[in-house]
Design a protein around this ligand. Structure first.
Ligand SMILES: Nc1ncnc2c1ncn2[C@@H]1O[C@H](COP(=O)(O)OP(=O)(O)O)[C@@H](O)[C@H]1O
Ligand SMILES: [Mg+2]
Length: 238
């Protein structure tokens, strides 16, 4: 198994608050790594550190064998590291197609024609063909979440960070997202997926990373992590 992302001793403090504490793990090429942890565990902060939106207090991040710790977010995107936002941030006054095109051109570094063709494929993959001309700011919840995933995918990433797309959706909608993320992985994209719905994380991931108070509690096969005594203590107060 090839390591795509190597995180070593990553830490982040906001003043006296230690939000990420000495976090180390590898992400293997082609896997879906799920990240779980209670509210405030530091999951979104970890994504910010990996994607370059937040500067770490200590530690390193290597992507495809190169140290990217000091690289800004846009450079990481160009290297193939894309993220979604828990609170989607589309260009609301632009159409879905235009949003994806911007991602494909500037994140994916695709030429005009390539970008158009790739956006069409992304629209088809994410089931958004019908919304192509819709203003992104006007999308209903489910489509907003699909759009967020589509925007990341439009960047043609090697690694995609997915932050809580299933929150607030019905079981059927969640199942559609599981199928979609698995299709994305099958197309060759490695995925780190943060989700609160435990069933999703147990069935849809290859490995799980459990965070608590900014620290790694457990990392391994989903069922093992789920049954880990420290994880059960945090979740069930046992
Ligand atoms: N910019 C910030 N300034 C101060 N505290 C922050 C900031 N961002 C996040 N935090 C704090 O860091 C902790 C982890 O937040 P977050 O990463 O959003 O957790 P999660 O995504 O696991 O719910 C929380 O206590 C949150 O209040
Ligand atoms: Mg979060």
């Amino acid at each position: 198994m090839t390591t795509l992302l190597a995180v070593r001793g990553l830490s982040k403090s906001f003043g006296a608050l230690h939000v990420t504490q000495d976090v180390s793990f590898d992400v293997l090429q082609g896997e879906i790594l799920g990240v779980i942890g209670p509210n405030g565990a530091g999951k979104t902060t970890l994504f910010g550190l990996l994607a370059g939106n937040i500067t770490p207090s200590a530690g390193t991040v290597a992507f495809a064998g190169e140290d990217i710790t000091a690289a800004p977010a846009h450079e990481r995107a160009r290297r193939g590291l894309a993220r979604t936002f828990q609170v989607p941030r589309p260009f609301g006054h632009m159409t879905v197609f235009e949003n994806l095109k911007v991602a494909a051109r500037f994140g994916g570094n695709l030429a005009e024609d390539e970008a158009n063709a790739w956006v069409e494929r992304v629209l088809a993959m994410t089931g958004m063909q019908g919304q192509s001309e819709q203003l992104a700011g006007r999308l209903p919840l489910l489509m907003r979440k699909r759009h967020e995933l589509a925007r990341a995918l439009a960047m043609k990433p090697r690694l995609m960070l997915v932050d809580e797309v299933a929150a607030g959706l019905t079981d059927q909608e969640v199942n559609q997202f599981i199928a979609l993320v698995q299709a994305i992985r099958k197309s060759g994209v490695t995925v780190i997926w943060v989700e609160h719905v435990m069933k999703t994380m147990l069935t849809a991931t290859d490995r799980l990373l459990a965070l608590h108070s900014g620290r790694v509690l457990a990392l391994g096969r989903p069922q093992e992590v789920f049954n880990h005594p420290d994880v059960r203590r945090v979740y069930l107060g046992a």
